[in-house]
Design a protein around this ligand. Structure first.
Ligand code: NDP
Length: 470
């Protein structure tokens, strides 16, 4: 496959040379070879991009909702034409198996973007409360900082909503997966998005990300990534009281009640925990199982994990790709190494692995202490913890024993499962395998974040509300 060298940034509707000649190399985590590079942007590049976004802000905000919807429709069309290239690019820079990359890494953001092309028309809806006319206005210039695990989806969830709301955007994608972001900007250029409405500055978090978060002319910072970095971004924005929305980590519980369809609950649960090699913020990494079928669940989960085929993301037989980087692999291995009190039932550090690539074998621990590191920390790799419980109250207590609150699942008879779902302190819960809904609000309780993405709730994050009294 060919190398991909991108030498420019996208600012003010043009491809422009970066401030410095420094570059960031992009590695293929399966071959462990560098196959591309992008500019390492600087704070000066951020200044130019923010200034371009500011200049474009009034024009874009005053465009009619129909015009903004049409522009997003054209962007969607141009991006859809690149769907195959998107899946292959994410397969190469992240290691997602191609089948999953096509459905999730390319298909999902296209669905989300087409939704925002439609929602743009409703962004200016007004309401009357007594003698007040309540209007929704664009929040202004948005700084978007995104991670590497679902790189285009996480970008589009911000960019689609912000543009639909009438905001202009400066984006910093992850330095590990920047190439797919370039495909979005190729599409934006082709679609003729007005100059300055959408700007790209690639680079590292501590340089470009920090410059965006702390920039005096950025009105709103929308961040997805780790809780630790989310905290730093919040601090940087706090000095000027800029609005921040955060999509952070998770440690979601998959609660399998006494009257659940056990086989389905365990199989779907393992699949969820290991999707994208476990590098998913909503991954159900804690499987809570009623004692009456605990042993059976452990056996089934171990067998399901052992059945995964690891290998080349471009081989159709591959079910589990490598982790995104050597650093990420070592971090995950560290959690497995330190998990001495739990019972290893599948995978582990000695399991066979492909010859190349940053792999960790799909790993299952049983009898995990709910207070242990395994059960409390976001591991972000293919590591599942199984924990027994005695009754529904105990299940809820264990599930909520987390500083995170992003997602979760409950399996059991409908009314009972719904009752438990309502008691979970998380932003989303799937009952009996309910499918992910890309138009429903997505976000976290507790340290999983602030605000919501996706659909109309996601759009509202990028709006100010004004009351006009008459
Ligand atoms: P980070 O949170 O550090 O990265 C997310 C984004 O923030 C990247 O674009 C990063 O830049 C940027 N960033 C880093 N430092 C700063 C800063 N000081 N100011 C502004 N932006 C910054 O995640 P990591 O990639 O380091 O992953 C570490 C762990 O975080 C994972 O193992 C996982 O547990 C968790 N994580 C969770 C995610 C989720 O969706 N819940 C997503 C990604 C990670 P850069 O390009 O330099 O990395």
């Amino acid at each position: 496959m060919t190398s991909v060298f991108r030498e420019q940034l996208y600012i003010g509707g043009q491809w422009v040379p970066p401030d410095s000649g420094e570059r960031i190399e992009v590695e293929n985590p399966y071959t462990e070879e560098v196959f591309g590079h992008v500019p390492a942007g600087t704070a000066e590049d951020v200044n130019l991009a923010v200034s371009a976004a500011r200049q474009a802000a009034d024009g874009w905000a005053s465009a009619s909702p129909a015009e903004r919807g049409a522009a997003l429709g054209h962007l969607h069309q141009a991006l859809a034409a690149r769907a195959g290239e998107i899946a292959e690019t994410v397969g190469r820079e992240l290691g997602t198996p191609l089948k999953v990359a096509k459905a999730v890494q390319a298909g999902l953001p296209l669905t989300v973007l087409s939704g925002y092309a439609e929602l743009a028309a409703r962004a200016s809806e007004e309401e009357t409360i007594g003698n007040s006319l309540v209007v929704h206005e664009p929040a202004g210039v948005v700084g978007a900082i995104t991670p590497w695990n679902y790189p285009l989806h996480q970008i589009v969830a911000k960019v689609g909503a912000a543009l639909a709301a009438g905001c202009t955007v400066v984006l910093k994608p992850s330095e590990m997966t920047p190439l797919v972001a370039y495909l979005l900007f190729d599409a934006a250029h082709e679609a003729g998005l007005p100059a300055g409405v959408l700007n790209l500055v690639t680079g590292t978090g501590p340089v470009v990300g920090a410059a965006i978060a702390g920039h005096p002319d950025v009105d709103l910072v929308s961040f997805t990534g780790s809780t630790a970095t989310g905290r730093a971004v919040s601090h940087a924005a706090a000095d000027r009281i800029a609005k921040v929305s955060l999509e952070l980590g998770g440690k979601s519980a998959n609660v399998i009640l006494a009257d659940a369809d056990l086989v389905k609950a365990v199989k779907v649960g393992v699949g969820n925990a290991f999707l994208n090699s476990g590098q998913t913020c909503t991954a159900w990494t804690r499987m809570l199982v009623h004692r009456s079928h605990y042993d059976e669940a452990v056996e089934l989960a171990a067998k399901t994990a052992a059945g995964y085929t690891l290998g080349d993301p471009f081989d159709p037989a591959t079910r589990l790709g490598p982790l995104a980087s050597a650093g990420q692999r070592d971090r995950v291995r560290g959690f497995i190494e330190r998990a001495s009190s739990a019972r290893l039932v599948a995978g582990g550090l000695d399991a066979p692995l492909p010859d190349t690539g940053h792999f960790v074998a799909p790993t299952v621990f049983a009898d995990v202490d709910p207070d242990s590191e395994l059960a409390q920390e976001e591991i972000f790799g293919p590591v599942l913890s199984i924990i027994p419980f005695g009754d529904d109250d105990e299940a809820v207590a264990i599930a909520n024993n987390s500083r995170y609150g992003l997602a979760g699942a409950v399996w059991g008879s409908t009314d009972r499962a719904l009752a438990v779902a309502r008691r979970l302190r998380t932003g989303a819960v799937d009952v009996n395998g309910g499918a992910f809904n890309p138009f429903a609000p997505f976000g976290g309780y507790k340290q999983s974040g602030i605000g919501r993405e996706l659909g109309a709730y996601g759009l509202a994050e990028f709006q100010q509300v004004k009351a006009i009294q008459r």
